[in-house]
Design a protein around this ligand. Structure first.
Ligand SMILES: Cc1cc2nc3c(=O)[nH]c(=O)nc-3n(C[C@H](O)[C@H](O)[C@H](O)COP(=O)(O)OP(=O)(O)OC[C@H]3O[C@@H](n4cnc5c(N)ncnc54)[C@H](O)[C@@H]3O)c2cc1C
Length: 466
């Protein structure tokens, strides 16, 4: 008889994991708190999007879903940086169009994954929320949307129930997991730029020949402003989802000093004058959309022997500034599904091994995501940062076996995050030494720099089989 696995949460990671496990012969039941989005609609109809990169795509390829997802995605070639003086310029992510990221709709992706999991034999139970667990009795408690509770058998339960995981709370109450949640102190709010066609022609201007988009569609737009920023990702129907990131509390500007659309409009007029006119429903968006908090979750233990395990955000929620939370969670599913398929009867060993493999990588991407906030909101407009970037690109061109920008390692390869973090640190040190504070990459003797690179760092591993 197929081994039974109970999953909590049918979000992005839960649905993909369920599909992969069912495909490997497990009997999978998923209990999801929300109603079925294919019936009820997703997130109140708002377009919320995410950046999908190579790690996530790799997992989707394994699941046979990459082509379907990419058909519903918008390619982003790089960062379009919008400076205070109204100028904009594209900083490419990779060397060419083989190194791009993709903007995907969270709702559409989730629904596609639910369909795929169901087709693989997964049984979904929507409107069913985990309310507690009795790990000694191997049972969990579920509550329906009316609050009616029932207990069911669940000898092996996996929590893909997100950053506020109820399974994590139940596990922690049974045996402490060593949980630490570090708030970033910054929060976010989503706003929307509608398709260009609905904006006055004078505002849209030249959007690169893509009439329906108000801005260049094939880019992740950033308005860096030092301690805060806005970003915008394109949606297939021509709109952009804008996210404002600001300190939650404290001196102006913060969400505390911008409690409503009136205050926020004056702030946008001053700080984002080119962006504001593209958001015609600014007041309704600002007053109607919630302020989201941002934290990093660290756990000492991800599992309770072979009885319960946490994956995705439930185990390692990170801040979104590297666009890797989902990608990392998707990478989790590949590792876990293959470990379970190899030793289906030994979940205690599999869960321990899963944590051993994934935790150093989750810690590394958590650290890099925090560092990337500073880079995005500040350094992308800093001359020394730009000189380092330029010198890095020159070295990567001259010695591709020895130098690869950390962003590329994270975004376009399968090299473990922990490797990318360490290698990135070593490369950064070398760039600092070569530049000696200069803002001119051209001031560096490239032959000597390549020689120093070869002398200091070993060749890179195969990037797609790292
Ligand atoms: C502003 C922002 C931007 C982001 N941008 C990116 C990006 O560009 N790229 C990227 O890779 N990542 C991004 N992320 C991170 C990404 O959203 C998460 O890493 C990803 O959603 C994690 O998936 P998950 O399935 O683990 O959790 P979730 O997506 O949170 O899904 C959890 C699921 O569990 C369900 N659930 C919750 N509690 C219960 C319960 N008690 N019982 C049953 N079900 C329950 C929920 O309803 C939900 O369906 C971003 C995050 C934020 C906040």
């Amino acid at each position: 008889m197929a081994q039974q696995i109970t999953l909590i949460g049918g979000g992005l990671v839960g649905a993909l994991l369920a599909q992969q496990l069912a495909g490997r012969g497990f009997a999978v039941d998923v209990f999801e708190k929300r109603p079925d989005p294919r019936v009820a609609g997703f997130s109140g109809g708002r377009s919320i999007n995410l950046a999908l990169a190579e790690r996530g795509l790799h997992a989707l390829r394994q699941a046979g879903l990459a082509d379907d997802v990419l058909q519903r995605a918008v390619m982003m070639r790089g960062r379009m940086v919008h400076t205070r003086d109204g100028r904009s310029g594209l900083q490419r992510y990779g060397v060419d169009d083989s190194e791009v990221i993709w903007s995907v709709s969270r709702g559409a992706l989730n629904m596609l994954l639910l369909d795929a999991a169901e087709a693989a034999g997964v049984r979904f139970h929507f409107g069913q929320s985990l309310a507690g667990a009795d790990f000694d009795a191997h049972r969990i408690r579920l509550a329906d949307e009316q609050g009616v509770e029932r207990d069911i058998d669940a000898p092996v339960v996996i929590g893909a129930d997100g950053a506020g995981s109820a399974l994590r709370a139940a596990m922690n109450a049974y045996a402490p997991l060593g949980e630490r949640v570090e708030s970033l102190g910054h929060a976010y709010k989503e706003l929307e730029i509608p398709p260009g066609g609905t904006l006055p022609a004078a505002l849209v201007g030249d959007s690169g020949g893509h009439d329906q988009f108000a801005l260049e569609p094939h880019a992740l737009h950033i308005w860096p402003r030092g301690g805060y920023m806005c970003i915008a990702l394109p949606n297939t129907e021509g709109s952009f989802t804008v996210t404002l990131f600001l300190p939650a509390q404290g001196a102006h500007p913060s969400f505390a000093t911008l409690p409503d659309a009136t205050a926020a409009r004056a702030f946008f007029q001053h700080d984002f004058p080119d962006l504001l006119p593209l958001i015609p429903d600014f007041a309704a968006d600002y007053d109607g959309h919630p302020v989201g908090t941002l934290s990093t979750l660290y756990l000492q233990r991800w599992h309770l022997d072979g009885r319960a395990l946490l994956v995705g955000d439930a185990a390692h929620a990170i801040v979104p500034f590297h666009g890797q939370g989902m990608n990392c969670g998707f990478e989790d599913t590949v590792v876990l599904a293959s470990l379970l398929a190899e030793a289906p009867g030994d979940t205690a060993e599999v869960f321990a091994e899963f944590q051993r493999i994934r935790q150093p990588n989750a810690d590394a991407i958590a650290a890099m995501a925090l560092e990337n906030y500073v880079e995005m909101r500040d350094s992308v407009a800093d001359p020394h940062y730009l000189a380092k970037r330029e010198l890095g690109a020159l070295l990567a061109g001259r010695a591709p076996q020895h130098f690869m920008a950390r962003y590329r390692m994270v975004t376009f390869t399968h090299l473990p995050y922990a490797y990318a973090y360490e290698r990135g640190r070593a490369q950064d040190l070398l760039l600092e030494q070569l530049l000696r504070g200069s803002t001119q990459a051209a001031s560096v003797d490239l032959d000597a720099a390549v020689a120093a690179l070869h002398a200091t760092l070993p060749p890179l591993p195969d990037p797609l089989h790292g």
